[in-house]
Design a protein around this ligand. Structure first.
Ligand code: TYD
Length: 138
Protein backbone atom coordinates (compact mmCIF):
# COMPACT_ATOMS: atom_id res chain seq x y z
CA UNK A 1 0.00 0.00 0.00
CA UNK A 2 1.84 3.11 -1.17
CA UNK A 3 -0.83 5.76 -0.78
CA UNK A 4 -1.69 7.61 2.40
CA UNK A 5 -5.27 6.73 3.24
CA UNK A 6 -7.82 6.40 5.99
CA UNK A 7 -8.31 2.84 7.21
CA UNK A 8 -11.72 2.16 8.66
CA UNK A 9 -10.98 0.07 11.75
CA UNK A 10 -13.44 -2.47 13.16
CA UNK A 11 -16.06 -0.97 15.42
CA UNK A 12 -18.05 -3.16 17.79
CA UNK A 13 -21.04 -1.11 18.81
CA UNK A 14 -22.33 -1.90 22.26
CA UNK A 15 -24.77 -0.09 24.55
CA UNK A 16 -22.12 -0.51 27.28
CA UNK A 17 -19.61 1.44 25.18
CA UNK A 18 -17.98 0.83 21.81
CA UNK A 19 -14.80 -1.09 21.09
CA UNK A 20 -12.31 -0.90 18.22
CA UNK A 21 -9.15 -2.87 17.58
CA UNK A 22 -6.44 -3.60 15.07
CA UNK A 23 -4.17 -6.54 14.43
CA UNK A 24 -0.62 -6.43 13.18
CA UNK A 25 -0.45 -7.19 9.45
CA UNK A 26 -4.23 -7.68 9.24
CA UNK A 27 -6.07 -4.35 9.43
CA UNK A 28 -2.90 -2.47 8.66
CA UNK A 29 -0.38 -3.27 5.92
CA UNK A 30 2.66 -3.80 8.12
CA UNK A 31 3.86 -5.67 11.18
CA UNK A 32 3.85 -3.49 14.29
CA UNK A 33 7.23 -2.86 15.89
CA UNK A 34 6.40 0.08 18.15
CA UNK A 35 3.67 2.39 19.32
CA UNK A 36 3.97 5.86 20.76
CA UNK A 37 1.43 8.50 21.66
CA UNK A 38 1.21 12.25 21.65
CA UNK A 39 -0.69 14.13 24.34
CA UNK A 40 -0.76 17.36 26.38
CA UNK A 41 -0.10 19.39 23.23
CA UNK A 42 -0.45 23.11 23.99
CA UNK A 43 -2.78 25.07 21.70
CA UNK A 44 -1.17 26.15 18.44
CA UNK A 45 1.72 23.64 18.60
CA UNK A 46 2.80 21.36 15.75
CA UNK A 47 4.36 17.91 15.99
CA UNK A 48 6.00 15.46 13.66
CA UNK A 49 7.37 17.70 10.90
CA UNK A 50 9.54 15.18 9.08
CA UNK A 51 9.57 12.17 6.75
CA UNK A 52 10.81 8.62 7.23
CA UNK A 53 12.95 6.66 4.82
CA UNK A 54 11.53 3.27 5.88
CA UNK A 55 8.98 3.71 8.63
CA UNK A 56 5.31 3.26 7.78
CA UNK A 57 2.77 4.29 10.35
CA UNK A 58 -0.84 4.55 11.33
CA UNK A 59 -2.11 7.55 13.28
CA UNK A 60 -5.25 7.05 15.36
CA UNK A 61 -6.76 9.96 17.24
CA UNK A 62 -8.14 8.13 20.26
CA UNK A 63 -9.61 11.28 21.73
CA UNK A 64 -10.02 14.86 20.52
CA UNK A 65 -9.06 16.00 17.03
CA UNK A 66 -6.14 17.18 14.93
CA UNK A 67 -5.14 17.76 11.32
CA UNK A 68 -2.42 15.80 9.57
CA UNK A 69 -0.77 17.59 6.67
CA UNK A 70 0.96 15.26 4.22
CA UNK A 71 3.28 16.45 1.48
CA UNK A 72 4.71 14.32 -1.35
CA UNK A 73 7.27 16.88 -2.50
CA UNK A 74 4.80 18.59 -4.82
CA UNK A 75 1.26 18.41 -3.46
CA UNK A 76 0.03 18.95 0.07
CA UNK A 77 -3.11 17.45 1.58
CA UNK A 78 -4.86 18.03 4.90
CA UNK A 79 -6.62 15.15 6.64
CA UNK A 80 -8.69 15.92 9.73
CA UNK A 81 -8.93 13.11 12.26
CA UNK A 82 -11.57 13.10 14.99
CA UNK A 83 -12.82 9.51 15.29
CA UNK A 84 -11.16 6.74 17.28
CA UNK A 85 -12.06 4.11 14.66
CA UNK A 86 -10.20 5.80 11.80
CA UNK A 87 -6.52 5.18 11.28
CA UNK A 88 -4.53 7.32 8.87
CA UNK A 89 -2.00 5.12 7.12
CA UNK A 90 1.11 7.00 6.04
CA UNK A 91 3.69 5.13 3.94
CA UNK A 92 7.39 5.92 4.11
CA UNK A 93 8.77 8.76 2.01
CA UNK A 94 6.03 11.27 2.73
CA UNK A 95 6.52 14.46 4.70
CA UNK A 96 3.94 14.90 7.44
CA UNK A 97 3.15 17.06 10.37
CA UNK A 98 0.28 17.31 12.85
CA UNK A 99 -1.37 20.58 13.81
CA UNK A 100 -4.59 22.11 15.10
CA UNK A 101 -4.74 19.83 18.15
CA UNK A 102 -7.91 20.26 20.17
CA UNK A 103 -7.39 20.49 23.95
CA UNK A 104 -6.68 17.07 25.52
CA UNK A 105 -6.22 15.31 22.19
CA UNK A 106 -4.61 11.88 22.46
CA UNK A 107 -3.02 10.51 19.27
CA UNK A 108 -1.68 6.96 19.07
CA UNK A 109 0.91 6.20 16.41
CA UNK A 110 1.54 2.60 15.39
CA UNK A 111 4.84 2.13 13.63
CA UNK A 112 6.47 -0.49 11.41
CA UNK A 113 9.96 0.10 12.84
CA UNK A 114 11.77 0.54 16.12
CA UNK A 115 12.97 4.06 16.85
CA UNK A 116 15.88 4.90 14.61
CA UNK A 117 17.05 8.50 14.30
CA UNK A 118 18.82 7.65 11.02
CA UNK A 119 15.45 6.87 9.47
CA UNK A 120 14.32 10.49 9.86
CA UNK A 121 14.52 13.14 7.15
CA UNK A 122 14.20 16.28 9.24
CA UNK A 123 15.05 18.94 6.65
CA UNK A 124 12.23 19.71 4.25
CA UNK A 125 14.68 20.88 1.56
CA UNK A 126 16.52 17.58 1.77
CA UNK A 127 13.19 15.71 1.46
CA UNK A 128 12.21 17.71 -1.64
CA UNK A 129 15.62 17.09 -3.20
CA UNK A 130 15.36 13.33 -2.53
CA UNK A 131 11.90 13.31 -4.13
CA UNK A 132 13.17 15.12 -7.21
CA UNK A 133 16.12 12.71 -7.53
CA UNK A 134 13.73 9.75 -7.11
CA UNK A 135 11.44 10.98 -9.90
CA UNK A 136 14.41 11.48 -12.20
CA UNK A 137 15.91 8.07 -11.56
CA UNK A 138 14.37 5.93 -14.30
P1 TYD B 1 10.09 13.17 17.13
O1 TYD B 1 9.65 11.95 16.38
O2 TYD B 1 11.29 13.93 16.60
O3 TYD B 1 8.85 14.12 17.30
P2 TYD B 1 8.56 15.55 16.62
O4 TYD B 1 8.85 15.42 15.16
O5 TYD B 1 7.13 15.82 16.91
O6 TYD B 1 9.49 16.50 17.31
O7 TYD B 1 10.40 12.73 18.63
C1 TYD B 1 10.73 13.66 19.63
C2 TYD B 1 11.85 13.09 20.48
O8 TYD B 1 11.45 11.86 21.05
C3 TYD B 1 13.12 12.83 19.69
O9 TYD B 1 14.22 13.26 20.48
C4 TYD B 1 13.19 11.34 19.56
C5 TYD B 1 12.38 10.84 20.74
N1 TYD B 1 11.65 9.60 20.41
C6 TYD B 1 12.09 8.40 20.92
O10 TYD B 1 13.10 8.32 21.66
N2 TYD B 1 11.39 7.24 20.62
C7 TYD B 1 10.28 7.28 19.82
O11 TYD B 1 9.66 6.23 19.55
C8 TYD B 1 9.85 8.54 19.27
C9 TYD B 1 8.66 8.64 18.38
C10 TYD B 1 10.57 9.67 19.62
Amino acid sequence: MERAQIIDLPKILDPRGNLSFLESGNHIPFEIKRTYWIYDVPGGEMRGGHAFKEQKELIIVLSGSLDVIIFDGIKEKKISLNRSYYGLYIPNNLWRHMENFATNTLALVVSSTSFEENDYIREKDEFIKLKIDEKNSI
